[in-house]
Design a protein around this ligand. Structure first.
Ligand code: PMP
Length: 431
């Protein structure tokens, strides 16, 4: 494969951008080799600067549910652009967006738009602290909630990949207020809450974790957190930046049937544009400025172009329930194919999946938390990643990420992905 142009761009980038990229995992550090610079994308494909074409399973880390360059979304953006790119004043699309979100996710009674998932989670925790007048939060090992200081403690995603789950630059004072528990371990959370009685403002969790690879909650775990929060006056925050509108039109909370007090949303509601949001019970949301005393603001919040993109996508998802059936069927087909390949080739692997998200872990253990996720053979994953690229399939460049399927993946492409997986696994065995 010729990747000269990407390589040259990366060399230039390293002179002027830290590590040559604007978000760490993109640098391919965990899998070896140089990152590919993407020129454009269409449907199920990414096309790099050297004109290589890949079937891709990241979809901008989730939001491109309808595939790349979707006509409805692009038309909505083009229309919005004609009326200027930003007003810094309220516009009708923000009202439509809030009405649509509160209809699709009933636990959200009021919602505030921001510009990224990180902003959403930072604001949600500040709000929970302001509302409860308490300082501490509980998060889960291997969960990632963006790069806010409070969350860079036992953090997942790029923080694990790059080996800095506890980042320098986060002060001890901040770290002391973040308590951590293993995912799927209710007893550990109950113990933390008992040892810090009356001091916990919030429990924040990815209801389906996607940032240590995909890890699904065990039966009763989220319900147990809900009960604990109710008993202890703790605000339960579901970080649905990746799962909201993806796992169902009402997010993970709809399919798992547990209602949080606050939900954080991200990239998906921008259809690919930079957007985030946090919302929940009226009583809590009315603590947010200017309705209440907890300050939070943003020049580009509710940006008209981003709202136009997001509205086009959410309106489509809201009126086309068959999208979710298609995504689930295709994902099941791919995962079954991968499992069959692993078995046939005698490679240790565990495939975790839910809806249109999945991860192949190179371990024979059941992966239910960060400890078990870490039993994966990450060196083997690196070789597998490169072999898949050679087969024309672009995966997330780290073991500790979920993959995301879009509606652009047809049955035929699913078949191609399964075949590529077989060839890549075989190539990895020979090396
Ligand atoms: N929460 C979760 C669950 C995420 O997966 C991410 C990013 N992948 C974030 C928060 C942060 O979002 P952003 O990168 O838009 O700041």
């Amino acid at each position: 494969m010729k990747t000269e142009k990407s390589h040259k761009l990366f060399e230039r980038a390293k002179n002027v951008i830290p590590g040559g990229v604007n978000s760490p995992v993109r640098a391919f550090r965990a899998v070896g080799g140089n990152p590919l610079f993407i020129k454009r994308a269409e449907g199920a494909y990414l096309i790099d600067e050297d004109d290589n074409k890949y079937i891709e399973l990241i979809n901008s880390w989730g939001p491109m549910i309808l595939g790349h360059a979707n006509t409805d979304i692009e038309n909505a953006v083009c229309e919005a652009v004609k009326d200027s790119l930003s007003f810094g004043a309220p516009g009708e699309r923000e009202v439509f967006m809030a009405e649509l979100i509160t209809t699709m996710i009933p636990s959200i009674e009021k919602v505030r738009m921001v510009s990224s998932g990180t902003e959403a989670t930072m604001a949600a925790v500040r709000l929970a602290r302001g509302y409860t007048n308490r300082a501490k939060i509980i998060k889960f090992e291997g969960c990632y909630h963006g790069h806010g200081d409070s969350f860079l403690i036992a953090a997942g995603s790029g923080a694990i990949t790059l080996g800095v789950p506890d980042s320098p630059g986060v002060t001890q004072g901040v770290a002391n207020d973040t308590l951590t528990a293993p995912f799927n371990n209710l007893k550990a959370v109950q113990d933390l809450a008992a040892a810090n009685k009356g001091q916990i403002a919030a429990i924040i969790i990815e209801p389906v974790a996607g940032n240590m690879g995909l890890v699904v909650p065990e039966t009763g775990f989220l319900q147990g957190l809900r009960t604990l929060c109710d008993n202890e006056g703790i605000v339960l925050i579901f970080d649905e930046v990746m799962t909201g509108f993806r796992l169902s039109k009402g997010g993970a909370q709809q399919i798992l049937n547990v209602k949080p007090d606050i939900t954080t949303l991200g990239k998906i509601i921008g259809g690919g544009m930079p957007v985030g949001a946090y919302g929940g019970k009226k009583e809590i949301m009315d603590f947010v400025s200017p309705a209440g005393p907890v300050y939070q603001a943003g020049t580009l919040s509710g940006n008209p172009v981003a709202m136009a993109a997001g509205l086009a996508m959410l309106n489509y998802l809201n009126t086309h329930p068959e999208v979710y059936t298609h995504l689930e069927n295709i994902t099941a087909r791919i995962c079954e194919g991968f499992e069959k390949n692993l078995k046939e080739l005698g490679i240790k692997g565990t495939v975790n999946k839910i809806g249109s998200m999945f991860t192949l872990f190179f371990t024979d253990q059941k992966v239910k938390d960060f400890e078990t996720a870490k039993t994966s053979d990450t060196a083997l994953f690196g070789r597998y990643f490169r072999a898949m690229l050679e087969e024309g399939v672009y995966l997330a460049p780290s073991q500790y990420e979920s993959l995301f399927i879009s509606t652009a993946i047809t049955e035929e492409l699913a078949e191609k992905i399964v075949n590529a997986n077989y060839k890549a696994l075989k190539a990895v065995l020979q090396n």
